[in-house]
Structures are given as structure tokens and as C-alpha cells.
Ligand binder design. Structure first.
Ligand code: GTP
Length: 389
């Protein structure tokens, strides 16, 4: 049965974009956290001769613990991503862990920075600027995280350099501050560009889904249109030939439908078409393909079903339609239809011609009946003419 999704997912657009940004963020920062642990180890190595080992080891342990928390949250998110639009507590936890991680880097590095060696202070500033630069790229999907990370990494050390009061340290602080400002601006542009391109991507996906739907689905009945029905039927025919499974086609044409339109109006005619399509949808199997292939003409393709069984299905449909009166605002009417059944053996177009011939003979024989092409004896049904109450 045709089941194209009715909703192009534009309602979920902000949620989808948010989720994709989160995935981007987690994927990139996973690697970055790993690298920054190595970078922290290098800094510890550089300062090993001039700084107390216990301070360096405590700081390094803090880096490892906070990085491990980020890895853990990333792994938990990857194993079990939240639903779209879900406001996940893990997301908040991840943001918090990342900020704690950078705060530890920043205030911790001030703590381990030798206060009497300008050269080593410059080395620490160099590390902070390097990390801030990579944070712009790594957190490009989140402006809030970019700004927080850059500020956390640079503001404390820049302030510290200003507080020293010498010309040299003021120069270093000013250079750091200028870098901070330009990194903030780049962060804003980058995050905005990513947001726009992800939104455009998902709008395009949604628009394609709508176009795909419009090209394949009959708007009035929500069944496959003629083009889609023929396309799926050809695929099923090829598959049936490969597997040797039986395949059958039923054509159904509402009887005297012109009379419905003429008597009750086109709008009621449309409702009758929906009534028939609802009945078809409710009666056939999930694997059957159902389409509206003409004004008041419908088709069913039944995989795994012989013509004999299809005849039984068609008869059940005929009876069900005949026995369930159609209710509308002005009253009630009996709607009935003629059916033509054929087995699909070779080309689908041959079966279509045969089912059409059987349908024609059902119409000629009095309507409201099922006829089968080939040598199957048709189930003779009360050839009821148009019956209206
Ligand atoms: N309301 C409505 N009518 C449609 C639609 N498409 C086709 N029709 C009408 O369906 C009618 C088909 O009429 P005919 O081909 O004469 O068929 P019939 O009256 O069912 O007669 P038999 O098939 O011989 O029993 C025409 O009046 C079309 O205008 C549609 O989407 N909505």
C-alpha cells in the first residue's frame, strides 16, 4: 500500500537543524578533546623544569578528568541520540562539561604559569591563543560555545598580563585582546553561515519530499497516481518474474459515476472517490499497491496472489462497496463498481489490457460485477444496475 508521508517536515526544521549542529559539534569536539589532552601534556613537559611537579600533575589530572567527561557524554549521545525537538539533559551536561574543561585549562594554566619567567608566560599565552583559535573551528556549529570557550581561554590570561603593568606584558595583553576580538567576529560569521546552510539544506530536503509526493500521489484520494502505480507495477512484475511468485491486477471502475456528479454535484463526486479509496485502503494488504489511474478508475496490484485469489478479493471489495452506503450531507447513496481481474504473467502492459477487457465485459454484462480475464469462471453476481436511495 502506498504510504508516502503526508507531512513535509518543515515543522521540525529548527529541531532538525539544531540536532544536526549538535552532531557536528560532538563529532568535532570529540577529536579536539583528545588532541588537547596531548597538548596539555606537552605544556606540562615544557614547564616541568620550572614549576612544582605537584601543581602540574594536579592540573593535568583535571584536564584528563574533564576530557573523559566529554568523551563519555559524546559516546552516550552517539549510542542513543535524542529525538528531534527533545531538550536533552545530556546536551546541557555536554555544554557544562565543555565550559568546565576550558575554565580548568584557563585558570589552571594561570596557576601553573611561572610568575618570574616572561618567556614561559609567553609560551602559556601562545597555548591559550592556539586553543582559542581551534575552538573557533571546532565549535563552529554553536556560537554560544565558541564565544564562551574563546572568552574563557583568553580573558583571564589577558587580564593577568594587563595587571602586571609593564610595557611588554601590556603589549602581549593587547595582542591577545585583539586576537580575542577578531576570533569572536569570525566565530559569529562562521556560526551564522553554518546555521544558514543547514537550514537551506533541510528546506531543500523538505521541498524535494513535497515535489516527490506531488509527482506520485493523487491529491484527492492520497493513493498513487497513474504514473507511480505503473512504475511500481513494472517493478513488481519484474520481481515476480524473477521469483516465480504469482501477481495479479484488479481494475475497478465506479458505475454510472457521471450520474453522481450530475445529480449531486462535483463535490459529492469527489467525496465518493475518497469513500472508494478509503475502502480500498482499508481492505487490501500492506504489500498490495493501490492507485487511482483515471477519473473514477482505480487499480490494485496484488503481489503473491493468483488470479483466482484476486477474483475472490475483487468480489469481496465489490460486495463491501455495494453493502456500505455512502453517506453525505443530502442523504445516502449506494455506490457500486465493476471489476476486471487479470494475472500478470509477462509484460505488465499485457495484464493491463487483459484486466481492462475484463472490466469492459463486466460493464457490458450489467455492471456491479467481477469479470476475470483468462479461463477462470467469473463469479456471477447480482447484476445490479444503479441503485440509489
Ligand atoms: N467529482 C469528480 N468527477 C470526476 C473526476 N474525474 C472524472 N470525473 C467524472 O467521472 C465521470 C466519468 O463518466 P463516464 O466515463 O461516463 O463513466 P460512468 O458515468 O461511471 O459510466 P460507466 O463507467 O459506464 O458506468 C465524468 O463525469 C467525469 O467528469 C474527479 O476527480 N472528481
Amino acid at each position: 500500500m502506498n504510504k508516502l508521508d503526508n507531512n513535509a517536515k518543515t515543522d521540525h526544521l529548527p529541531g532538525v537543524v539544531h540536532q544536526e549542529k549538535l552532531v557536528m559539534l560532538l563529532q568535532q569536539s570529540h577529536m579536539a578533546a583528545y588532541m588537547s589532552v596531548i597538548i596539555a601534556a606537552i605544556l606540562v613537559g615544557i614547564l616541568w623544569q620550572s614549576q612544582q611537579h605537584s601543581h602540574l600533575l594536579v592540573w593535568m589530572a583535571g584536564i584528563v578528568v574533564t576530557a573523559a567527561a566529554r568523551f563519555y557524554l559524546y559516546a552516550s549521545y552517539s549510542r542513543n541520540p535524542p529525538e528531534i525537538d527533545e531538550n536533552s539533559p545530556r546536551e546541557t551536561a555536554y555544554f557544562a562539561a565543555t565550559l568546565i574543561y576550558f575554565a580548568w585549562w584557563s585558570f589552571g594554566s594561570l596557576w601553573i604559569m611561572p610568575k618570574d619567567s616572561f618567556a614561559e608566560q609567553i609560551i602559556v599565552l601562545y597555548f591559550m591563543i592556539g586553543l582559542a583559535g581551534s575552538a573557533v573551528a571546532v565549535f563552529s556549529a554553536s556560537w554560544a560555545l565558541q564565544i564562551s570557550a574563546i572568552s574563557l581561554l583568553l580573558l583571564p590570561i589577558v587580564s593577568w598580563f594587563y595587571a602586571q603593568g609593564s610595557l611588554q606584558t601590556a603589549g602581549m595583553a593587547t595582542a591577545g585582546l585583539m586576537f580575542l576580538l577578531s576570533a569572536m567576529r569570525s566565530a559569529r560569521v562562521l556560526a551564522g553561515t553554518i546555521n544558514t546552510s543547514l537550514s537551506l539544506k533541510h528546506r531543500l530536503i523538505a521541498a524535494n519530499a513535497v515535489a516527490e509526493r506531488l509527482a506520485r500521489i493523487d491529491e484527492l484520494t492520497d493513493l498513487y497516481n497513474r504514473r507511480a502505480f505503473y512504475e511500481y507495477s513494472r517493478l513488481q512484475t519484474a520481481q515476480a518474474q524473477r521469483t516465480g511468485n504469482p501477481l495479479s491486477l484488479i481494475l475497478l471502475d465506479i458505475d454510472h459515476f457521471k450520474g453522481v456528479n450530475d445529480t449531486y454535484g462535483h463535490a459529492v463526486g469527489d467525496e465518493v472517490l475518497r469513500h472508494v479509496s478509503d475502502m480500498l485502503r482499508a481492505s487490501v494488504r500492506e504489500s498490495d499497491i493501490c492507485g487511482r489511474i483515471g477519473g473514477e478508475e482505480f487499480a490494485l496490484l496484488l503481489p503473491g496472489t493468483s488470479a483466482e485469489k484476486a477474483q475472490v478479493v475483487a468480489e469481496a471489495l465489490r460486495r463491501s462497496l455495494y453493502e456500505s452506503p455512502f453517506n453525505f450531507s443530502d442523504g445516502e447513496a449506494i455506490v457500486h463498481a465493476s471489476f476486471g481481474v487479470a494475472a500478470v504473467h509477462g509484460e505488465f502492459s499485457d495484464a493491463l489490457r487483459q484486466a481492462d477487457a475484463a472490466l469492459y465485459s463486466a460493464k457490458s454484462a450489467g455492471r456491479n460485477r467481477v469479470e476475470v480475464c483468462d479461463n477462470i469462471t467469473p463469479i456471477r453476481t447480482p447484476g445490479g444496475e444503479h441503485n440509489r436511495r
